[in-house]
Design a protein around this ligand. Structure first.
Ligand code: ADP
Ligand code: MG
Length: 394
């Protein structure tokens, strides 16, 4: 069922509670990376232009339910003010009479940033009384915090009981459309690339993909659990022994469904993830006992690129190796370039994968780059996100 969108609301003269994800990394008194602030600007500007006043709210870090100056949104207010080009005053708190007065005093086209929602334990507890206090600040609700919407917190869920209608912001809508489309009506062939550290982090995703994709390419540390399932000795590579049986079943299911599976055939080996350089590249059947696989080899890379060629849709999560170490970043960076160069609709997500894509300098060439981290993974796994579920129907 499609969700109500902010564009469908009559905003003239209304006070909008805009739940955003302004949880940015800080550096001293400044914002280290303002990507998330820029991402919410379209929704914020849309509301202000439409004649609403906006009460902007977010969490920042983990202040454990009490005020903590280290987790104040003050640096966010300053940066947002620069980006927006108009004042963004910071309220002293997010609930209470003083804040209600500030919200009431706003004129159409003005905004106010609330202090960190997590300064109150009611936020993470999804407490109805806290939600009711937040609801007193506004007339309607917009959620543009897809990245936080896998959590049933008060500003994302309980609040929608007290503040209606509850609409999706523009960023939220784009994310729902891009991610919904690729698994529900993908242009085929659909190729999924999975990598990263652990099979256990991605089991939900693997099982969902088994019912959807035409081709599954597996790299990163997680590949070694699959290679072990095929009887190869992974040396000191990261393996999850308790998942070897599951990996074997996944491969059998893929075969039964006619899904093409690509696993590494060669790997760069080193004595550890922090080594200054690789020892050499070996066939995955010949990993020396004392060494670990830290990147996919060139033959694997060529095969993965080949598998990408016919793709009309590509979804990628998880680096191919220890890309944080420049010595072992080649496979991931080259794959990022190949995905970006593909004529398919490409969707990439995951905290580390997004970092790798930026490192490769190809972020602008992707169809959709999701910065939603955990929410991206849960949505693709097919789980209901409480914050999305709570929104009004269109
Ligand atoms: P994402 O955040 O994009 O979902 P993950 O967190 O699942 O990705 O995986 C990223 C991590 O996986 C990185 O820290 C990377 O170093 C690690 N990794 C990838 N390949 C290997 C490998 N062969 N050995 C050890 N760690 C690996
Ligand atoms: Mg990660």
């Amino acid at each position: 069922m499609p969700k109500l969108s902010v564009e469908q609301l009559d905003l003239q003269g209304k006070r909008v509670f805009l739940r955003a994800d302004l949880n940015v990394p800080l550096a001293g008194r400044g914002v280290a990376d303002d990507t998330r602030l820029r991402a919410v600007l379209p929704t914020l500007q849309h509301c202000l232009k439409a004649g609403a006043s906006v009460i902007l709210a977010s969490h920042l870090g983990r202040p454990k339910g009490k005020p903590d100056p280290q987790h104040s949104l003050a640096p966010v207010a300053n940066r947002l003010e620069e980006l927006l080009g108009q004042p963004v005053p910071l309220a002293p708190d997010c609930v209470g009479e003083a804040v209600e007065n500030l919200a009431r005093a706003l004129k159409p086209g003005e905004c106010l940033l609330l202090e960190n929602l997590r300064f109150h334990p009611g936020e993470e507890a999804n407490d109805p009384a806290f939600a009711e206090a937040l609801a007193r600040l506004a007339d309607c609700y917009v959620n543009d915090a897809f990245a936080a919407s896998h959590r049933a917190h008060a500003s994302l869920v309980a609040l929608t009981q007290y503040l209606k209608p509850a609409a999706a912001g523009l960023l939220m809508r784009r994310e729902l459309e891009a991610l919904g489309q690729i698994l529900d009506h993908p242009d085929r062939p659909l190729v999924a690339i999975l990598g990263g550290a652990k099979v256990s982090d991605k089991l939900g995703l693997i099982h969902r993909f088994l019912g959807k994709v035409d081709c599954l390419l597996i790299g990163g540390a997680m590949a070694f659990t699959f290679l072990k399932a095929l009887g190869h000795d992974p040396g000191r590579s990261l393996v999850e022994p308790e998942l070897v049986d599951q990996a074997r079943q996944v491969l059998a299911q893929a075969r039964a469904r006619g899904i093409q599976v690509g696993l590494p055939v060669d790997t760069v080996v080193a004595s550890g993830p922090e080594s200054a350089e690789a020892v050499r590249t070996v066939n995955v059947r010949q990993i020396p006992p004392g060494l670990m696989g830290v990147d996919i080899g060139q033959v694997t890379l060529a095969r993965f690129k080949e598998a990408l060629r016919p793709a009309r849709t590509v979804i990628w999560n998880g680096p191919m190796g220890v890309f944080e170490n420049p010595a072992f970043a080649t496979g991931t960076i080259e794959l990022a370039r190949a995905v970006a160069g593909s004529s398919a609709f490409t969707v990439v997500g995951g905290g580390d994968t997004v970092a790798a894509v930026h490192q490769a300098g190809v972020a602008e060439k992707l169809g959709y780059l999701s910065t939603a981290g955990g929410a991206f993974l849960e949505f693709l796994e097919g789980r209901e996100l409480p914050g999305v579920d709570a929104l009004s129907e269109a």
